[in-house]
Design a binder for this molecule. Structure first.
Ligand SMILES: C[S@@+](CC[C@H](N)C(=O)[O-])C[C@H]1O[C@@H](n2cnc3c(N)ncnc32)[C@H](O)[C@@H]1O
Length: 237
């Protein structure tokens, strides 16, 4: 994982209560930092136990601001602040039909499920079979049985359930895969880390009847998108 200092694997020693306290402190910190504003996202982050989506040797680090390794070729669970960082500018809300490209641990999927609620829909795609199976087991164990999980190249999207009000691509790409823009509803938003000459720009795209406009959010550092619309890892930052 380029650019990050990952703590060493160890036997988990923190109690559920200690991790729940860390979760509350993390949410308070995200609000203080101005990263978290939406009440629905706040409730979702408080509800979903992030530690249940992390391999045991890294579980005690659940609330540290580092991505942690997952089973699979290049999968990581992103830093805790990444979720409001993506979901706030996306305006993810109750009732949305949401597509996540890059399921990873399943944590972001669970948070999104809480945000969109019963009236919404969550579809999450993962290209790596091992990572997919890991995330699926996490989600089933945590009781999220009503999310649509697809093991495939997410660059093609999932046309069967289009259109999507919101799409999050959690891996870096040089340009947004065309199928994803096609499957985005009019008025819908897509967020993705876009590779530039200087690194990666987290960018929000909004689709209207006349075209797509885009807005820079901040610089980020994500693993690269694989598959047909992917980028070889060495081209990433
Ligand atoms: C930063 S991780 C995702 C973190 C995840 N959202 C979470 O909460 O744990 C990026 C993921 O994108 C996956 N990925 C890369 N290219 C993909 C593609 N074309 N389609 C679907 N998943 C892809 C990687 O295997 C990796 O699991």
């Amino acid at each position: 994982m380029y650019g990050w200092r990952i703590p060493p694997p160890k036997e988990p020693s923190k109690s559920k209560e200690a991790l729940a306290r860390e979760r509350q402190e993390k949410v308070a910190w995200l609000i203080e930092e101005g990263l978290l504003k939406s009440e629905r996202i706040r409730q979702a982050l408080l509800k979903v136990p992030r530690e249940d989506f992390i391999p045991e040797p890294y579980r005690d680090y659940a609330y540290l601001e580092v991505p942690l390794p997952l089973p699979g070729i290049s999968a990581t669970i992103s830093c805790p602040h990444s979720y409001p960082l993506f979901y706030e500018p996306l305006g993810l809300d109750q009732g949305h039909r949401f597509l996540e490209v890059g399921l990873g641990s399943g944590y972001g999927t669970a948070v999104a499920r809480e945000v969109v609620g019963d009236e919404g829909l969550v579809v999450a795609m993962e290209i790596d079979r091992l990572t997919f199976e890991y995330a699926k087991a996490n989600l089933v164990k945590a009781g999220y049985k009503d999310v649509v999980l697809v093991q495939a190249d997410g660059g093609f999207g999932y046309p069967e359930l289009q259109p999507y009000d919101r799409i999050a691509v959690t891996a870096a790409c040089t340009e947004i895969p065309t199928p994803l823009l096609e499957q985005l509803a009019i008025g819908g938003r897509l967020i993705a880390p876009v590779i530039t000459a200087d690194g990666q720009d987290l960018t929000v795209f909004e689709k209207s009847a006349t075209g797509v406009c885009q807005e820079f959010v901040c610089q980020v550092l994500y693993v690269n998108l694989h598959g047909k619309y992917g980028v070889p890892e060495e081209q990433g930052s």
